[in-house]
Write a protein that binds this ligand. Structure first.
Ligand SMILES: [Zn+2]
Length: 63
């Protein structure tokens, strides 16, 4: 199962797009992007919640 994450869906004017296997690693990459590019240090929980709020199901990767 793959997941496409667009940074501008999360409130930034940014072209960054992640497209890959739905894994914790993919969420981590988005988190790191927010921190490195936008200077916002979200927790993994916060980012996971944001992605879920966009209508993506992350059930399959939850522990
Ligand atoms: Zn961005």
């Amino acid at each position: 199962m793959t997941l496409k994450l667009r940074c501008d869906d999360y409130g930034f004017e940014c072209e960054f797009i992640l497209d890959g296997e739905k894994t914790v690693g993919l969420i981590e990459k988005l988190r790191n992007h927010f921190e490195e590019e936008h200077g916002i240090d979200y927790t993994m929980e916060a980012v996971t919640q944001m992605i879920t709020n966009r209508g993506h199901s992350l059930e399959s990767i939850r522990k």
